[in-house]
Design a protein around this ligand. Structure first.
Ligand code: ADP
Ligand code: MG
Length: 244
């Protein structure tokens, strides 16, 4: 039997701005339940890669597949809302005028009112925020807001979660707990996760696989331990040590 295709696969993605390639022949695949961290210094092309997968930025060449189905190449383009992808960004704020429940329900297109409510309760229970169900974002701490954002992103049961530095705005004290909780919840849901970060520590803590990016290219891929203990070159050594 042939194994199932990866949940997410990107092949030879390229994107240039003003004649300069910022994403240059990037390929990788992520399985359900797997967390891949795209790790690299600021400006190396991480967010542009993620935005092309989300469908809000168009590649110049290369293809994106979800469960083996073409989602986007230079001719065909499935719109972002049909890609079954969830998004979490550092500054992807909650809607201030909507209650916590309505924020979580926002992405739920299908189902009756009662079904939506049940899903909201299930998710808010999972992120341990039921006590805020009728509250408003401004009543919540940064970490609590980020957990609501996670519940909102998970509500439509996305196959893939794209996270762009989602923990950078959080207090150091809270960050590790939220990272671990987020990971547990995403793993339980069997979501394929692409986590973008410039912090080696975060990638080492959260990734099943690290893809180390530099100047638009992936220069090394592997399990965190291997990437950390056997850096591909001097630049990788200093990237890991400078950031500590
Ligand atoms: P990262 O997320 O790794 O910090 P980005 O993907 O945001 O990097 O950016 C990669 C490079 O592409 C940067 O040099 C950035 O200035 C440039 N860039 C990103 N988006 C645009 C754009 N819309 N127009 C021109 N340059 C851009
Ligand atoms: Mg970025």
């Amino acid at each position: 039997m042939t194994p199932p295709p990866p949940r997410l696969e990107i092949r030879n993605l390229r994107r240039a701005f003003n004649g300069r390639a910022v994403v240059d022949d990037v390929s990788f695949a992520i399985q359900p339940g797997q967390v891949t961290c795209l790790l690299g210094p600021s400006g190396c092309g991480k967010s542009t890669t993620l935005r092309m997968i989300a469908g809000v930025e168009m590649q110049d060449s290369g293809e994106i597949y979800v469960d083996g189905q073409l989602v986007c190449d230079t001719v065909f383009r499935l719109p972002p809302e049909r890609r079954e992808i969830g998004l979490m960004f550092q500054d992807f704020a909650l809607f201030p005028h909507l209650s916590v429940a309505d924020n979580v329900a926002f992405g739920l297109k299908k189902g009756s009112k009662a079904e939506k409510r049940a899903r909201v309760v299930e998710l808010l229970t999972r992120v341990d925020l039921m006590r805020f169900i009728d509250g408003y974002p401004h009543q919540l701490s940064g970490g609590e807001q980020q957990r609501v954002a996670l519940a909102r992103a998970l509500a439509p049961k996305p196959k893939i979660m794209l996270m762009d530095e989602p923990f950078s705005g959080l207090d150091n004290r809270l960050r590790d707990g939220i990272r671990d909780d987020t990971l547990t919840i995403l793993k339980e849901a069997d979501t394929a996760v692409l986590l973008v970060t410039h912090e080696p520590e975060e990638a080492l803590r959260m990734a099943d696989e690290i893809a180390l990016m530099r100047d638009g290219q992936i220069v090394q891929r592997g399990a965190p331990y291997n990437v950390y203990t056997r850096p591909v070159d001097r630049a990788a050594v200093s990237f890991f040590s400078d950031s500590n």
